[in-house]
Design a protein around this ligand. Structure first.
Ligand code: PLP
Length: 341
């Protein structure tokens, strides 16, 4: 529970944005910075353990997801935005196919990427969703054709917590032999699902309590992507640049250690302090870690609850407060509060 109770006395309820798992994890990271604070690609004999640890870390990561290194490979990178750019653009540039199937409720890391590809000739089509933010996955059946490059959909929505039926998406993609890229940023480390159903999925360490600046793509070996970065040979040149081994090692230790979820009494305490009823949340089939609620006036609500650090339904972009595109698409204005554990 320590991650929720800050030493300042505030209660932290914005883990879907970012969180530090524990003081213990921060200590581990400091140790790893000292232990692995060298270049893993160094040819110096005494640093051979760095390369070994890096190689072993891939096995450990795949093992965590119950995936075989014969079928899947790991590309380390800085987080989910980079991971999604590398995989989606990489796929587009390696294939003559043009149609990308996605939804309007995806994170900007997907939306802005596919909209950029549209300027280069991609055809982007959006799977419909209902007012509660449920993606109509069965509609995908009619959206796939011979020119379909991939389907890109998230598992857990970061704004509403809505869980998409990724098993159904995976079955449809397999039927039409279309790669399914799943944005699992809010699921990795938190949700128990069958990750082998995806052709590629992504993770971002700071979303499950590990240090910022580390993430990964896990992709099926049969999925070929073009390199979008140019530089050194790290990560088979898909993501050149000196490895952040301290971050990678701490991320894997953090995953293996498991995500600490809040107990029911703590959640009930939070909901009652903030005056929310579970049944009033936006979305119905939601993750037990993300809840969004409509309020009358978001600024007044935040002022009235100074002890709680909570997400709001808008973000400051270039000096302008703009409502989240997800809440806007669902017909809400900026008066939305997100609580995440
Ligand atoms: C679903 C989802 N995808 C992608 C991202 C981008 O992650 P990062 O900020 O680690 O690049 C986020 C971050 O909120 C997210 O929630």
């Amino acid at each position: 529970m320590e991650k929720y109770f800050l030493t300042s006395g505030e209660i932290y309820l914005d883990s879907a944005a970012t969180s530090v798992k524990s003081v213990e994890m921060a200590r581990k990271y400091a140790e790893n910075l000292v232990k692995y604070g060298f270049n893993p690609m160094s040819s110096h004999i005494s640093l051979g353990f760095m390369k070994e640890s890096l190689d072993k870390s891939r096995e450990r990561l795949l093992d965590y997801f119950n995936l075989s290194p014969l079928d899947f490979s790991v590309i380390y990178c800085s987080g989910a935005t980079e991971a999604l750019n590398v995989i989606i653009k990489g796929l587009f540039f390696s294939s003559g196919k043009r149609r990308i199937v996605t939804s309007e409720l995806e994170h900007k890391a997907v939306l802005e990427t596919v909209q950029y590809l549209e300027t280069l000739g991609a055809e982007v089509v959006y799977v419909p969703h209902n007012d509660e933010g449920v993606i109509q996955t069965s509609a995908i059946d009619k959206m796939l054709n011979d020119d379909t490059l991939c389907v890109v959909l998230m598992h857990v929505n970061n704004e509403t917590g809505e869980i998409n039926d990724v098993e159904e998406v995976s079955a449809l993609c397999s039927k039409y032999k279309v790669p399914f890229i799943c944005d699992t940023t809010q699921s990795v480390g938190k949700e128990v699902i069958n990750f082998s159903k995806f052709d590629a999925f992504v993770g971002s360490a700071h979303k499950f309590g590990a240090p910022f600046g580390t993430g990964f793509i896990i992709k099926r070996r049969t999925i070929h992507i073009e390199k979008i970065f140019h530089g050194g040979s790290q990560e088979a040149s898909y993501r050149p640049g000196t490895h952040n081994l301290p971050g990678i090692m701490t991320m894997i230790e953090c995953l293996e250690d498991g995500y600490k979820t809040p107990d029911t009494s703590f959640k009930n305490f939070i909901f009652s302090e903030l005056g929310f009823k579970l049944e009033d949340r936006i979305g119905k089939n939601t993750s037990p870690l993300i809840y969004a609620f409509r309020v009358d006036d978001v600024d007044a609500f935040i002022q009235a609850h100074p002890r709680f650090i909570i997400g709001r339904g808008s973000a400051c972009n270039s000096g302008l407060i703009q409502p989240s595109h997800v809440y806007s698409k669902l017909g809400y204005d900026r008066n939305v509060i997100r609580i995440s554990f």
